[in-house]
Design a protein around this ligand. Structure first.
Ligand code: XIL
Length: 299
């Protein structure tokens, strides 16, 4: 059985991967996704520099391709991502007025999420808003609006697609242990925001792991999953992973009842954004690596 089929049998929603029009047009790559994964996340096509490179000029060509492929092939989609300080066009970074930035966020979020309403399972509404100390990262969003930008983005998303599960996503949140400042900081901010009525449904842990960090995932993920109604591992890859590292990290989600799924950040090692570290589950010949078989045998 595929890992995705095992996940579903265990009551989870999906085991997914990132993709985009380029990787979906590779026949062998698409065949692996069809057979082994139940969900796709746009690797780059949903980001602000692509979807609204200049104000009010929207470009959804790449994201349409991915979403249409998913609908046609019965795959779920995680939307990624509407508000992020990176891959952000200069016209947004240059905004200094609260009123302007509020309207710009609302328009961007409602246009992107609205286009796919009813077709997307989860959206990373905001991405990487925390710093390593567990406070709010400095960005145009926090500088101009303080933490209110989080409320503005989530409220616009909820209004636009009430059925989608709305996520806050970040890295170094399960990598470094359950008492790491960013992990506990994210947990307390999200708890406070949900209590204040901000419609956050889920916490996403990217899980871009270095060698030796997999053992930190179970306890740290439990801290995050405790504060939201659901949670997920959203972008997993593991530098020079031993099969046991993958088993430990993936089992962390399996063992937490409200963790709904795991996404790995790519299919084949050479196509990874960390290609030199062979961090994925398939090799250059699109063959499943030992970590894949270890997961199938263990989960
Ligand atoms: C990465 C993509 O994989 C690369 O192709 C791109 O050049 C940079 O972004 N955190 C995220 C993802 O939320 O969107 C990033 O994806 C990896 C880190």
């Amino acid at each position: 059985a595929s890992i995705d089929a095992i996940f579903k049998k265990l009551g989870k929603l999906y085991f997914g991967t990132c993709a985009d029009s380029g990787s979906l047009s590779q026949t062998s790559n698409a065949a692996v996704i069809m057979a082994d994964f139940g969900q796709v996340t746009p690797e780059n096509s949903g980001k602000w520099d692509t979807t609204e490179p200049s104000q009010g000029k929207f470009n959804f060509g790449g994201l349409d391709t991915l979403v249409n492929w998913a609908v046609k092939n019965n795959k779920l989609v995680r939307g990624h991502t509407t508000v992020w300080h990176s891959q952000l066009p200069g016209w947004v970074s240059a905004i200094t007025s609260k009123g302007t930035l509020t309207t710009v966020i609302q328009t961007h979020v409602s246009t992107e999420i609205g286009r796919y309403a009813g077709k997307i399972l989860q959206w990373d509404v905001v991405n990487e808003v925390f710093n390593e100390q567990g406070g709010l990262r400095t960005s145009v969003f926090s500088t101009v609006l303080g933490e209110d930008f989080v409320r503005i983005a989530f409220e616009a998303a909820k209004k636009t697609d009430p059925a989608a599960k709305l996520y806050i996503n970040d890295y170094n949140t399960v990598e470094l242990g359950s008492t790491y400042a960013k992990t506990t900081g994210m947990a307390s901010y999200v708890k406070k925001w949900i209590a204040a009525g901000i419609p956050i449904d889920g916490i996403g842990a990217q899980a871009h792991l270095m060698a030796g960090q997999a053992k930190n995932v179970p306890a740290a993920l439990a801290v995050l999953c405790a504060v939201a109604s659901q949670c997920a591992i959203t972008e997993m890859d593991i530098v020079n992973a031993a099969p046991a590292d993958y088993v430990t990290a993936v089992k962390a989600c399996i063992d937490i009842p409200n963790c709904v799924g795991v996404t790995v950040w790519g299919v084949r090692d050479p196509d990874s954004w960390r290609a030199s570290n062979n961090p994925l589950l398939f090799n250059s010949a699109y063959a499943a690596k030992p970590a894949y078989s270890a997961l199938v045998a263990t989960l």
